[in-house]
Design a protein around this ligand. Structure first.
Ligand code: SAM
Length: 220
């Protein structure tokens, strides 16, 4: 795994075995902010409590941006994140998100806590942000908890086809509350058709810099 700078100056990780990066090379922070925060989290701005399921905790960037976006609000966030391959701490320590985002030392401490807290244990990170990181494979994961919002941030379908199947989308459709939504950076035709086929209502939205479109899918 190698650290790599993206076009907005923020880091991503490059996985040589997959020839794939964790984020868009056009800007990791910009992508995450656009896809998951602007078109995901902000959809629920007026909701008192929001429960989020993330597929792929990775660098913790989506969790950090969610925490920062809700920090000065009264919105309560219950954030569950699945990860099959947790990152080694030496790598996490090198990520430049705190400096790129120009956050305060107290906020950097929260980012570190997102990473250092125990797996498979619910942890209050701040007054209004609870985190439960689960070390598991999405293909095996089961839960009776339901969510308002899913951040679907797996590797691209060309690299990881087994996570973009109707079977997987049907399973996570059931994890959503009625009117819950799923957002993802991918907008391939085949993915759109698969997501639609399991019952989602599909919205195609403008993508982040360097990408034409993204998907927001609503549970009917
Ligand atoms: C595109 S990266 C995005 C990660 C993260 N959201 C971020 O911003 O850094 C995809 C993530 O999914 C994880 N992953 C891959 N296969 C998985 C699986 N079967 N179940 C759960 N997580 C998986 C990877 O290890 C990686 O952290």
């Amino acid at each position: 795994m190698e650290l790599k700078k993206t076009a907005d100056g923020s880091h991503t990780l490059f996985v040589p075995e997959l020839n794939e990066t964790y984020h868009s090379i056009h800007g990791a922070i910009q992508e995450s902010q656009h896809v998951f925060i602007k078109n995901g989290l902000h959809y629920f701005n007026n909701k008192e409590t929001i429960s989020i399921l993330e597929i792929g905790f990775g660098t913790g960037l989506n969790a950090l941006l969610t925490l920062l976006a809700t920090e000065s609000s009264s919105q309560m966030v219950n954030y569950v994140s699945l990860e099959k391959f947790p990152l080694p701490n030496e790598l996490v320590q090198q990520l430049n998100y705190p400096t790129q985002l120009k956050i305060k030392a107290t906020q950097t401490a929260l980012f570190n806590h997102l990473h250092s807290c125990k797996w498979n244990t619910n942890t209050p990170i701040s007054e209004n942000f609870n985190l439960l990181k689960i070390e598991d494979d999405l293909a095996d994961f089961q839960t009776t908890t339901t969510f308002d919002l899913i951040y679907f941030d797996a590797f691209a379908p060309e690299k990881q086809a087994e996570l973009w199947t109707a079977e997987i989308f049907l399973k996570i459709y059931d994890f959503l509350k009625p009117k819950g939504i799923l957002v993802t950076y991918c907008a391939k035709g085949e993915v759109k058709r698969t997501i639609k086929s399991v019952g989602f209502q599909l919205e195609t939205l403008p993508g982040p810099p360097g990408k034409r479109e993204m998907i927001r899918a609503i549970k009917n």
